[in-house]
Design a protein around this ligand. Structure first.
Ligand code: IPD
Ligand code: CA
Ligand code: CA
Length: 265
């Protein structure tokens, strides 16, 4: 295993310890409202500081982008992207579906990624060219031949409602063709679940870079596909994401196409 992934894993586990330490004391936490339905707790901040400390100890010159801290200037050829708690709404309700997401991009290419679910103790990791893993088991995307019998993950709008009607039309196109659609509330875990074949595909509008920076490497290292709504690799910029095994990915793109407004292309 590459030493860099070990640093990312160590950082994720430290953050996970903090998240679990507080998970039975949610009523006592300081919670701020960043925007409509967008909450941040002191746990998000403590977890992010713990991750940043680990990264800085090992790689003092690297640049870091954390959801709660913003940009820490450094050598841009090595850019860490962190979501210390993806699924804060779930966490604050005691709904056990949340994760830590940590990725390293070298010259804009994802090279190491960790998505860690501290409640279920499931650690998804990948390094470029070395495959994707759940704990120490190799993972692959599903073998689904298309929408038939497939389980699809998604996230619906809940802070910004600009695309709510478009989203509803997308949902109406896909729902009758698949076995089920799940909105589990952590995009980083949704992508990890596509990488491990628990979900056959996924789509969501308007995600942030820290939600998807790690999941994208898990998916490609697990043999899957990820792109924006036109199939282009610009999803990190737009936050509009489709992922899946090759067949389901293509089916989702086909269903979304008639609903794409100019803001989504
Ligand atoms: C959110 C989760 C959610 C997605 C939102 C994200 P947060 O992240 O990933 O599944 O639908 O768009 O913002 O705010 O809990 O880190
Ligand atoms: Ca997030
Ligand atoms: Ca977050």
């Amino acid at each position: 295993m590459h030493p860099t992934i070990n640093i990312a894993i160590k950082a994720a586990r430290k953050a996970g310890d903090i998240i679990i330490r507080y998970h039975n004391q949610i009523d006592n936490l300081n919670i701020e409202n960043k925007a409509t339905n967008d909450y941040v707790s002191e746990v998000d901040k403590l977890a992010e500081s713990a991750i940043i400390n680990e990264i800085k100890k090992a790689f003092p010159s690297h640049a870091i982008l954390g959801e709660e801290t913003g940009n820490i200037i450094g050598d841009d050829d090595y850019q860490w992207i962190i979501d210390p708690l993806d699924g804060t709404t779930n966490y604050l309700h005691g709904f056990p579906q949340y994760a830590i997401s940590i990725a390293l991009y070298e010259k804009k290419i994802p090279t190491h990624a960790v998505v860690y679910d501290p409640f279920k103790e499931e650690l998804f990791s990948a390094s470029k060219g070395e495959g994707a893993f759940l704990n120490s088991q190799r993972i692959r995307v599903s073998n689904a031949l298309g929408f038939n019998n497939s389980l699809i993950g998604t996230g619906f709008p809940y802070t910004n409602f600009d695309h709510l009607n478009t989203y509803a039309e997308m949902f109406k196109s896909i729902a009758p063709k698949v076995a089920g659609i799940r909105r589990a509330g952590s995009a980083a875990l949704d992508l990890a679940y596509v990488a491990s074949g628990r979900l056959d595909g996924f789509w969501e509008i308007d995600l942030s870079i820290w939600d998807i920076a790690a999941g994208t490497l898990l998916i490609t290292e697990a043999g899957g596909f990820i792109g924006d709504f036109t199939g282009s690799p610009k999803f990190l910029e737009s936050g509009n994401v489709v992922a899946g095994n090759e067949k389901v990915y293509k089916e989702i793109l086909k269903e979304l196409k008639p609903h794409l407004t100019k803001e989504l292309i």
